[in-house]
Design a protein around this ligand. Structure first.
Ligand code: G3P
Ligand code: CA
Length: 340
């Protein structure tokens, strides 16, 4: 068991305090409870006790970073109902995948501000649809401002884990993500080595660039199909401080879909001084190992705490989750069991 209570290496400034590790990171905010990436989703996560919030970043046509997972907007906003934006519908190939719809890169911030957010998975999370239409698309600047206010109000520094989406694609369309990112961080005085800010991407090139320009933590994201061999981890160690691994890389499932024994990834990463965050832990049955499901409804809540407990036992440094309240509760139980 590696649960400890210690001073965060990231914490700094007036709101620095003891923080719990492993960290609970709210994936796109408390996206199990609110439409993802909205200020409401982030605030809810902070209220639930999340140590950090995770946000994905893409660029508008005029170079403003906004919190969205997809370049295409119709899955998570009401863009399709906006007659004034109908002419912007088109087909676009991004990283080899052809998509049709409305793309953030084609809209100015002013145009994006006319949209409202909606739930990505209405069949799985019907309750969240009651928030559809109530909030707009948030800019990175707005999220950082909100984090500053909430941190001061609660007396603890809430962290941000920023994922840069499709950086090479953004480079090719003349909207590189680096400059607006560093500008926004500097505006909020979050560009110093003690800021609780982590920069993440699946693409090593932008992480190498940013590692050369900042002292912030850098995390290399790994897909389920990636092979974190010793050689691969050595390469990552050249520019990154940690890895953000698909949960199956730490806790593989057996052929029947049940939770299996932990891999050696945490040990191998820690030997190199690399941290390990795991994504994405979700409470609904359809996302859980078969042995942690409750009943047969794929949208019903299963035993997510069981998966978190197994990840904590495997020694991870952070759990990235749509349900931060469940992860915080599981962590509290682990701390209590360890006598803290
Ligand atoms: O935090 C990493 C995780 O968010 C990566 O997956 O697709 O949810 O951005 P995705
Ligand atoms: Ca992400």
């Amino acid at each position: 068991m590696t649960v400890t209570r210690e001073a965060s290496q990231h914490a700094g400034g007036a709101t620095s305090s003891l923080v719990l590790t492993p960290a609970v990171v709210a994936h796109r905010g408390a996206s199990g409870h609110r439409p993802e990436h909205t200020l409401g989703a982030y605030r809810t996560a902070i209220r639930m006790g999340a140590d950090d919030i995770e946000l994905d970043l893409v660029s508008t046509r005029d170079g403003v970073l906004v919190a969205r997972h997809d370049l295409e907007l119709s899955t998570t906003t009401d863009v399709a109902s906006r007659a004034g934006l109908a002419h912007l519908r088109r087909t676009l190939v991004v990283d080899g995948v052809e998509q049709e719809g409305w793309f953030v890169q084609d809209l100015t911030l002013a145009q994006l501000r006319t949209l409202t957010a909606r739930e990505r998975m209405p069949a799985t999370r019907p309750a969240n649809t009651s928030y559809d239409g109530t909030e707009g698309v948030a800019t990175l600047d707005e999220v950082l401002a909100m984090v500053g206010v909430e941190s001061a109000r609660r007396g603890r520094q809430v962290g941000v884990m920023l994922e840069l989406k499709h950086p090479a694609h953004h480079d090719t369309i003349g909207l590189p993500l680096d400059e607006p990112l560093l500008r926004d961080l500097a505006r909020h005085h979050l560009d110093h080595p003690w800021a609780r800010v982590t920069l993440m991407s699946f693409e090593p090139a932008i992480l190498r660039r940013l590692a050369a320009r900042t002292r912030l933590s850098v995390v290399q994201l790994l897909h389920a199909h990636d092979r974190p061999t010793p050689e691969a981890l050595d390469r990552i160690d050249d520019y990154a401080d940690g890895v953000g691994a698909h949960r199956s890389l730490v806790l593989p499932r057996d052929p029947g879909g049940a939770m299996g024994a932990p891999s050696t990834l945490v040990r191998d990463a820690h030997r190199r001084g690399l941290t390990v965050h795991v994504w994405t832990v979700r409470a609904e049955n359809r996302f859980l190992p078969t042995d942690l499901r409750r009943g047969s409804d794929p949208a019903a809540l299963g035993d997510m705490a069981g998966e978190v407990a197994a990840l904590l036992a495997a020694g991870v440094d952070g759990v990235i989750t749509d349900h931060p309240e469940e992860a915080c509760a599981a962590r509290r139980r682990d701390l209590a069991a360890a006598g803290h």
